[in-house]
Write a protein that binds this ligand. Structure first.
Ligand code: HEM
Length: 534
């Protein structure tokens, strides 16, 4: 080994020390330094030699030596010398984020986390070089309190060039945005939204009536319903999905977009390079559709009462206003957050009602009582139905649309959770599926027992703080009330008129296989019969 080669090894060791603190330094900085150093070395070799080809060959050899040393040291450090080395978890996960990206690619993200907590019999498992999954209620308040650092996962916001409310990690920007968003969901705004939700849900019931008891994929019908509501309340747009004249491809693009988000978000270096790369066709298709919806909505100004009348108005405290780029990214957020979440949860609840005749019958009895009292089924009259709320809660617990949960970074001083110290700047998440099925907090955690929420079986909820279907803290779901209104009314109106039965095409194995956690849950077709009640 000559002096230059020994220097390449020494530089690799120095570079390793440079990137070793948690969080690892940004990929852009590492690449800039790498290419800059290469340029200097190449120039000095060329200056000292007149032969071009041997000079290039030499620099390639030096690079190979550098990279091999650097990568080997990175793997050794991640495995044995990281502050997270003491946490149990798969070695492959400790070595590379590819482990987690692959879990999202296969759609098994949250299930993988659940299996790891069981396998290692530990509340905390290491799921990435700089990432821990925590299955303990103690973590909820400690991790998500105050303006907690958001996980690096949300750097994926750059996938289409701009951050939205959910991916915005800078609180100087998130806080005024959040105030603007919250104004769209204060209780008095619902007097304008509720009649429109009721209108679309009645159409949904009409569509079901027309199936005349024949087998139907209700997931698609709910997709149409929820999309119509979302388009109407957000963009003043008649999407016409329930009338059979809408853009049937839109949700397909949304799903492809979310698939890309899940995988890329798990690969932080790639996230950081995204703005420099050409936009993927699927992402573009999704983005442009949202921008067209928004452009049409903007022509109506702020007089039309809907969610965008608020997003187009300034924050009253800071007077900040969303610029066009921010509006575009937030428009696309509404499409994802406001549709897939409610579609998958409601579909899964209907599946459970089709399987659990006892629950369906009890729910029908409650809704029948509301009607017998002379009340029409509306958002308002279904708000306080206790068993209905319990069914929805149980659905949100077991069938949560964000089963992996929300990504945070630990505060720089670190945090002690469930008796273990976690260093600062580590990405952590409290996985919704694993937490909300934990027997310590919800006995018979995998069973659908609404009575745990009605007081009839109060031992069924041992730890209310572990129920976080809408997240916790400053980034928790801003559309919660709308989601609950939609789900309650839809379920109430369906069970009032119909019995729900699984169809012949329904296949339990296929259903399980089509359950895909791509950061936001995607589910398969649900074949059912809606049989008119006598
Ligand atoms: C079953 C239905 C729903 C569930 C379970 C749900 C759940 C959640 C969760 C867990 C978060 C936190 C995500 C995070 O911190 O990264 C969230 C955020 C959000 N949700 Fe929902 N959601 C639902 C429906 C809706 C609807 C109908 C809207 C309407 C537009 C909506 C809008 C949002 C927005 C804008 C955020 C981002 C808030 C922020 O980062 O400050 N969600 N939701």
């Amino acid at each position: 080994m000559d002096v230059a080669m020994a220097t390449a090894v020494a530089v690799a060791i120095a570079a390793q020390l440079y990137i070793s603190p948690i969080p690892e330094i940004s990929t852009i900085k590492v690449l800039n330094t790498y290419f800059f150093a290469n340029a200097i070395v190449l120039t000095s070799i060329l200056l000292s030699s007149s032969k071009i080809i041997p000079s290039f060959a030499r620099i390639i050899i030096l690079n190979i030596i550098f990279l091999l040393t650097f990568i080997t040291l990175t793997l050794i450090r991640r495995l044995y010398f990281s502050p997270l080395s003491s946490f149990p978890g798969p070695k492959l996960a400790a070595l590379s984020n590819l482990y987690k990206a692959n879990a999202y690619r296969t759609g098994r993200g949250a299930k993988v986390l659940l299996e790891l907590h069981k396998k290692y019999n530990s509340d905390i498992v290491r799921v990435g070089p700089n990432e821990l999954s925590i299955r303990n209620v103690d973590a909820v308040e400690k991790i998500y309190k105050g303006k907690y650092p958001r996980g690096t996962f949300y750097e994926v916001g750059a996938i289409n060039g701009a951050y939205n409310l959910n991916t915005q990690r800078n609180y100087d920007i998130h806080t005024p945005w959040r105030r603007i968003w919250e104004r769209a969901f204060v209780s008095y705004e619902f007097k304008d939204y509720n009649p429109r939700v009721e209108y679309h849900v009645s159409k949904f019931i009409e569509v079901i009536r027309k199936t005349d008891g024949k087998e139907v994929n209700v997931e698609k019908l709910l997709e149409n319903l929820v999309f119509d509501i979302m388009a109407d309340l957000s963009f003043a747009h008649d999407a016409g999905m329930q009338d059979g004249k809408g853009d049937n491809e839109y949700m397909g693009f949304t799903h492809k977009y979310m698939f890309a988000v899940g995988v890329i978000a798990a690969l932080r270096p790639l996230c950081q390079l995204l703005p420099l790369l050409p936009e993927a066709a699927d992402v573009k298709d999704f983005r442009v559709r949202g921008e067209v919806l928004l452009a049409n909505r903007q022509k109506l100004g702020t007089s039309r009462k809907d969610i965008f009348s608020h997003l187009l108005s300034p924050d009253p405290i800071s007077s900040k206003i969303l610029n066009q780029k921010d509006l575009n990214s937030n428009a696309n957020l509404i499409v994802v957050a406001g549709s897939d979440t409610t579609i998958s949860t409601t579909t899964q609840i209907l599946r459970i009602l089709a399987k659990e005749k006892r629950v369906l019958k009890k729910l029908q009895d409650e809704i029948d009582r509301v009607v017998r009292e002379g009340k029409e089924l509306t958002v308002q009259t279904t708000t306080n139905s206790s068993y209905l709320n319990a069914v929805v809660n149980e659905g949100l617990r077991l069938c949560n649309p964000l089963p992996t949960g929300v990504y945070a970074g630990t505060y720089p001083q670190g945090v002690t959770v469930a008796g273990s110290f976690i260093p600062g700047n580590v990405q952590v998440m409290v996985p919704h599926l694993a937490l909300m099925t934990d027997e310590r907090y919800f006995p018979k955690g995998w069973e659908f027992i609404p009575e745990r929420w009605t007081g009839e079986w109060s031992e069924g909820v041992r730890e209310r703080r572990a129920f976080i279907p809408f997240g916790y803290g400053v980034h928790s779901c801003v559309g919660k009330q709308l989601a609950l209104n939609e789900m309650r009314l839809t379920i109430a109106m369906v069970v009032r008129e119909f019995d729900v039965m699984l169809g012949e095409s329904y296949d339990e194995e296929r259903w399980e296989a089509e359950w895909k956690d791509h950061a936001v849950l995607q589910i398969g077709k649900l074949w059912v019969h809606f049989v008119k009640r006598r």
